[in-house]
Ligand binder design. Structure first.
Ligand code: UDP
Length: 243
């Protein structure tokens, strides 16, 4: 069904890293910043865009890092996925408090707090105007939330992946917070991203998006209205596509 919207993209997957919920904190969830994110998402939904969200868990736990300290690696990854469920619940609550209907669907069965992921149900909920948060990544260890975003985007036929970054306004040829004079790309092909190893998302996610032809817009989520502008198709951040 064609989506009626004033934006360029009718259905998007918004990818937020867990760090997006930190605000000014070093660990955990800032309820205030999470509310800001909820308001930004509301603006996109108000355009008539169907919004699905994938949030990472890096503000709480990263599987690979914790494994370096003696926790079995697969267990660390499952812990990471549970962190993503915690983040999803925080965003769900703040979205509801700004008046947005929202459902959380988890890739790991956790029935008392979230619905299971069911693709057709997710699409149905999006069509009815709810924001759908996909929690617990892919449900499989050794993957990342980037890959979960690309996978879900492919499954629900999303028109774009909006990749919200924290205080970085696109893809650069080097880390702009470390290298002075780092150059920002206005657009890139998936191939460039993979071959230059630009580190903005993992290779599995980029390869899947390339195969499905889903454009990725990398932008700074901390800039008010950036998400809405990205959804409208304004040229902000970096557009990753096939050209
Ligand atoms: N993870 C996983 N499978 C997935 C998605 C995530 O095992 O499909 C684990 C992995 O350990 C990862 C952690 O969950 O380190 C948190 O996700 P990620 O690091 O991608 O979050 P972000 O960096 O976006 O906050």
């Amino acid at each position: 069904m064609a989506v009626q919207t004033k934006a360029k993209y009718g259905r998007v997957v918004l990818k937020l890293s867990g760090e997006a919920l930190l605000g000014d904190q070093k660990f955990g969830i800032s309820p205030e910043y999470t509310r800001y994110l909820a308001e930004e998402i509301r603006k996109v939904r108000d355009l008539g865009v169907q919004v699905a969200v994938v949030i990472g868990g890096g503000n709480i736990i990263r599987g690979a890092t914790i494994a370096e300290h003696g926790i079995e690696e697969a267990t660390g990854h499952y812990m990471g996925m549970l962190a993503m469920v915690i983040n999803a619940l925080a965003l769900q609550s703040q979205l509801e408090s700004v008046g947005v209907p929202v459902r959380v669907q988890s890739a790991i069965t956790i029935a008392e707090v979230a619905e299971p992921y069911i693709r057709r149900r997710a699409i149905h909920q999006l069509e009815k105007g709810s924001v759908v948060i996909f929690a617990a990544g892919t449900g499989n260890p050794f993957f990342t939330s980037d890959t979960a975003a690309a996978l879900r985007a492919a499954e629900i036929n999303a028109d774009a992946i909006l990749m919200g970054k924290n205080r970085v306004d696109g893809v650069y040829d080097a880390d702009p917070q470390v290298v002075r004079g780092a150059k920002k790309y206005d657009e890139l092909t998936y191939r460039d991203l993979l071959e230059k190893r630009l580190g903005v998302m993992d290779a599995t996610a980029a390869a899947l998006a390339e195969e499905r032809g889903i454009p990725i817009i990398v932008f700074d989520i901390s800039q008010p209205d950036a998400m809405v502008r990205a959804a409208k198709g304004e040229h902000i951040g970096t557009l990753v596509h096939s050209k």
